[in-house]
Design a protein around this ligand. Structure first.
Ligand code: C5P
Length: 201
């Protein structure tokens, strides 16, 4: 029996933290699909073509510790609009979703495109200002030189590119449960996510 949990939402809404906690709670594997796009984006920053970068992506590409930078995030959202790039990453994601014992996949199009038949779907969101503040604190904590205004501008630019693209745009699946984390502490957000998944199973 498969047990696939699809978790989508915009950048810095708490998706990553919630997905890890949900995977641990249910004892299933977790795939952060944003890493795939980040790894392709990082290769384009090194001069490779986006489509061939996606078609030749390997496990080693996902291990680079530079994948979490704002430049790579921006490059990721640029390659993510290309249909051939998305197509090259579909099979890997679907195979992961069908793992024995179940899986959590988090991204932008998991509930809508990659796993439309997932047993549970969540859409994790928060206001752009709250998300930008969280991302700002995270980046400052890592020693990145950046201003609040720059982070907010980056978040809004990336939201617009993810939501307005023709291929697999960011939007909640019709049957997704929305969790707005704007005013929630992380523990409360995790509890709400787990309750929503149990209610859908
Ligand atoms: O989730 P993360 O911020 O790491 O994603 C980086 C970028 O990758 C997103 O802004 C989006 O453009 C793209 N992405 C996507 N589909 C996914 C996951 C990420 O288009 N399933």
């Amino acid at each position: 029996m498969t047990f696939t949990i699809a978790i989508d939402g915009p950048a810095a809404a708490g998706k990553g933290t919630i997905s890890k906690a949900v995977a641990a709670h249910f004892g299933v594997a977790h795939l952060d699909t944003g890493l795939l796009y980040r790894a392709v984006g990082a290769k384009t920053l090194r001069g490779e073509g986006a489509i061939s970068a996606a078609q030749t992506l390997c496990a080693q590409d996902l291990e680079a510790d530079t994948l979490r930078t704002p430049d790579v995030a921006k490059a990721a959202s640029k390659v993510a609009v290309i249909a051939e790039v998305r197509a090259a990453l579909v099979d890997f994601q679907r195979a992961f979703a069908r793992r024995q014992g179940g899986a959590v996949l988090d991204g932008r199009d998991i509930g809508t495109v990659i796993c439309p038949d997932a047993e549970a779907k969540l859409f994790i969101t928060a206001s752009a200002e709250v998300r930008a503040e969280r991302r700002y604190l995270e980046l400052i904590g890592k020693g990145t030189q950046i201003t609040r205004d720059q982070v907010l501008a980056d978040v809004k630019e990336r939201d617009a590119r993810d939501m307005d693209r023709a291929e697999a745009p960011l939007k909640p699946a019709q049957d997704a449960v929305i969790v707005d984390t704007s005013t929630l502490e992380i523990d409360a957000a995790i509890a709400q996510a787990i309750a929503a998944i149990n209610a859908q199973r």
